[in-house]
Design a protein around this ligand. Structure first.
Ligand SMILES: Nc1ncnc2c1ncn2[C@@H]1O[C@H](COP(=O)(O)OP(=O)(O)OP(=O)(O)O)[C@@H](O)[C@H]1O
Ligand SMILES: O=C(O)C1=C[C@@H](O)[C@@H](O)[C@H](O)C1
Ligand SMILES: [Mg+2]
Length: 173
């Protein structure tokens, strides 16, 4: 296995971060950490309620605290929040970690998001495809810059994506 502290899965909302984290954890001896769940636990509220009651900037402050605490851990698969690349210095994480961008084009993200009802204040159902397109334009480059591995996921099933990742991270240095 290559030498790194943690595996960070990054990508847009609905890009399979939670699903792939679970699948990977069954194959390697790493624990799963769900950043959004950790933030919800800190507030004792859902992500939607946090955005509504405290606003996005307060959410980002707590997100950054959670990120710092995770940086102290080892052997974790971190299913990040979709906006984690907006954090100052997130680009530095790839120096000592595997940062994997699960890249889907907006059309596929739309299909994924339609499958899972969730707590997504920045992507509610109205004009969903337009909202995905707008966010994707703002963020695709940021995800690429922050990552050291990019997986093109369009049209692939979750099992194949997992195998592709395992093939990359288990190569001997
Ligand atoms: N390649 C894929 N093939 C089939 N279904 C997929 C694929 N990728 C993701 N999905 C489905 O899309 C939905 C969203 O996936 P998941 O919850 O893992 O993404 P996420 O990045 O953790 O999303 P978020 O954190 O924004 O809720 C799930 O129903 C998942 O099964
Ligand atoms: O992409 C984003 O900015 C977000 C993604 C979610 O995972 C949550 O962290 C929150 O809804 C914000
Ligand atoms: Mg998730």
């Amino acid at each position: 296995m290559k030498v790194f502290n943690n595996i960070y899965l990054i990508g847009m909302m609905g890009s399979g971060k939670s699903s792939i984290s679970k699948l990977l954890s069954h194959e390697i001896n790493f624990k799963v950490r769900e950043m959004d769940e950790m933030i919800e636990e800190k507030f004792g509220k859902t992500i939607n309620d946090i955005f509504n009651e405290f606003g996005e900037s307060e959410f980002r402050i707590v997100e950054s605290l959670v990120l710092n605490s995770l940086n102290q851990e080892k052997m974790c698969i971190i299913s990040t929040g979709g906006g984690v690349i907006l954090e100052n210095d997130f680009n530095k994480i790839k120096k000592s970690n595997a940062v994997i961008y699960l890249k889907y084009s907006p059309k596929y993200l739309f299909l994924n998001l339609n499958k899972s009802i969730s707590n997504r204040p920045l992507l509610d159902e109205e004009n969903l495809l337009n909202k995905i397109n707008d966010l994707y334009k703002k963020r695709n480059l940021l995800y690429k810059r922050a990552s050291n591995i990019v997986i093109d996921c369009d049209g692939k099933n979750l099992e194949d994506i997992k195998i592709e990742i395992l093939n990359i991270i288990t190569v001997q240095k």
